[in-house]
Design a protein around this ligand. Sequence first.
Ligand code: EPU
Length: 419
Amino acid sequence: MERFRIRGGRPLRGEAEASGSKNASLPILAAAILAGGVSHAWRVPDLRDTNTILGLLGEFGVKTREESPGRISLDATNITGGVAPYELVQAMRASILVLGPLLARFGSARVSLPGGCAIGARPIDQHLKGLSAMGAEIQIEQGYIEARSRKLTGARISFDLTTVTGTKNLMMAATLAKGVTVLENAALEPEVVALADLLNRMGARVSGAGTPVVEIEGVDSLAGYDAAVPADRIEVGTLMIAAAITGGDLRITDCEPEQVHALALKLSEAGLEVSEGADWIRVRGDGSVRPVNVKTAPYPGFPTDLQAQFMALMTLAGGTCVLTETIFENRFMHAAELARMNARIHIDGRTAHIEGVAHLAGASVTATDLRASASLVLAGLAADGETIVRNVYHIDRGYQRLEERLRELGADIRREVES
Ligand code: EPU
């Protein structure tokens, strides 16, 4: 097990280039299954989750190779049947993204049902409902989804709630279906748009991505792609909050500022100076932060994936505020750990009441999930004294070399093996 040791109190300054997005690269890599040839993905972040999906693709006969750092070739010419085992799906729920492409290309798939996870129950009923409507026969046997279909057929599917991965999974399945599929109440997230763009480059006919109604006209086959993964808006947002919480000045480049607009607005309300250009955003702080209320919402609202990090910032605000989590039912695990660092947070269901304190105190804390661990690192960067963040494998799921990047920006942070 590894941990981070952080000595807080150093303002972060300088420039950082955004990495490729975790949540965009996972479906982009899974989409290689659809191609009867070789695909090339670049700017793929080197993360535990991207390595997990590459391992999973290997199980299904996709030959993957890292040609140079961040550039992966994926040869799906000779795809075979295989199993997405419980260990992988439980470790990374986005493994379910292979279900739609496998059914569409291979005609059958065996994928473990994901269990609950640290942030909520996270069912996949909407994925299964959509695939059934497209003619797949789906059975659940001994914890596995057994799905079969000779040829998927287009259908009109209305999601009961907006689901990001559900939208991506059905969009991929529909590309090779017979006829037209219409997805209503589709997710609007930029990662859905990035996937639609990629599928169209492969020869698919997808329109309306980024709006609530996505239409997919099935085609007979798709070609391999050559595409870059877009910037990780959650990493960008996390760095923006790192500048804010340390009273620093960071310019993040190679990103898409409109994708972090909701956060930029809240940081401005909190008194930070935020400026942006076409592909960069800069956050400057002086150490003082005003309290602002935040309610998470699907895109373009305030992302649930930045709620924990924003909470860390609000623990140091000059007053009280309320954070409301509307996407996941159990995404406040970081609050109890932040409280160990002197934060004053009262949780009431999906609402957190935060009373800002003048100083956080370094402590030994334990990461419970990816974004929760990022919030503890941010708190540690601002806290007096030394903070130890344990279980950093959660961070490695979604942030590429986070401690090295923070160190380059002036942080005193290092990775250690727990004795
Ligand atoms: N839901 C259902 N049924 C379904 C699908 C979803 O009830 O069939 C519920 C979920 O339980 C949740 C809500 O709908 O309460 C939204 O879930 P969604 O399916 O949109 O989430 P996801 O696709 O599983 C992705 C990101 C998450 C991010 C959410 C929300 C990936 C790989 N994951 O998850 O990212 O929080 O969208 O924006 O894209 C992270 O990166 O830390 C992370 C958790």
